[in-house]
Design a protein around this ligand. Structure first.
Ligand code: SF4
Ligand code: SF4
Length: 281
């Protein structure tokens, strides 16, 4: 069980607690302002990217201190956690409103509007969260191929997430001033700023899932399709056994490898029950 479950989940998965999606949390003006700025102040995010670039030249000790400070702040303000598709389905099962919006990261890194993000609310029509982001329609979602929001039904949203999974994207759930949860993103290492920060720059903003993967060596045929989609470098191929192995210390538990395995040889286990991975978030 991760620190977020202990802090925001009363000992259960924090992102499956309906209270963390509550409209009541949006009566906090600071939180609403943060959401508005997050989606509209792209210059601030661009400055963040430039700072990240400079961090690479910073001495290791300074870098480690800065990393800790940033990570601690983001755990309060805007952090994500990897979630496998079955938990996305549980989240969608609680939601009364799901809207698909363009991804702010791709807006910055690719200069393109890619609809990889999903606002989730327990209130019909998105409640206050819907009101806040719908109010941004003109300023944020105005790319050439974007006509604002798309409201999706649960099954439609889930099918869309499965398509993202087939593209090799990793599902993540995000807070806007914890514990309020605003949505689900679909990330990859080259275009997602949070994943880049976490995996490439070692500044954790996006945390490991409550799960970890394992390959059944008897079922594995060594085709290596799984290795092509692991964004976390957690898989290795043994030439002597001609099978794939997962480094469970490196695995984020996204389950993307599982979805491409033609032999159904990969399983997700509760992280806390796997000694090699328990306690690594
Ligand atoms: S995709 Fe499945 S069968 Fe192929 S190497 Fe990976 S675990 Fe083995
Ligand atoms: S080994 Fe599989 S579950 Fe683990 S991080 Fe890689 S793709 Fe995700």
């Amino acid at each position: 069980m991760c620190e977020f479950c202990l802090k925001h989940g009363e000992g259960r998965k924090w992102y499956l607690q309906a209270g963390n999606y509550s409209d009541d949390l949006l009566s906090d003006v600071r939180r609403r302002r943060f959401i508005q700025e997050f989606f509209t102040d792209t210059e601030a995010l661009k400055r963040g990217v430039e700072r990240l670039g400079r961090m690479e030249k910073t001495p290791r000790l300074v870098r480690s201190l800065v990393s800790r400070v940033i990570s601690r702040r983001m755990k309060r303000v805007h952090y994500g956690q990897v979630v496998p598709i079955e938990d996305v389905e549980r989240i969608f099962g609680m939601a009364n409103s799901i809207v698909r919006v363009a991804c702010i990261c791709r807006h910055i890194t690719l200069g393109q509007e890619k609809r990889y993000c999903y606002g989730v609310s327990l209130s019909p029509d998105g409640g206050r969260f819907g009101q806040v982001i719908r109010g941004l329609d003109k300023s944020f979602l105005n790319g050439p191929d974007v006509q604002g929001f798309e409201s999706l039904g649960r099954q439609e949203a889930l099918a869309s997430l499965r398509n993202h999974e087939a593209e090799g994207l990793c599902h993540t759930v995000w807070t806007f001033h914890a514990p309020f949860i605003g949505g689900i993103c679909n990330c990859d290492r080259s275009d997602c700023l949070a994943m880049r920060c976490t995996v490439t720059e070692a500044i954790p903003l996006m945390f490991r899932a409550e799960y970890v993967a394992e390959v059944d060596p008897d079922a594995c045929r060594g085709c290596r399709q799984c290795m092509r989609v692991c964004q976390f470098g957690a898989m290795g191929y043994s030439a002597s056994t001609q099978k794939v192995r997962i480094d469970q210390k490196a695995c984020y538990g996204c389950g993307i490898c599982r979805s491409v395995c033609p032999q159904n040889a990969i399983r997700l286990h509760d992280r806390v029950k796997v000694p090699a991975a328990a306690g690594r978030w």
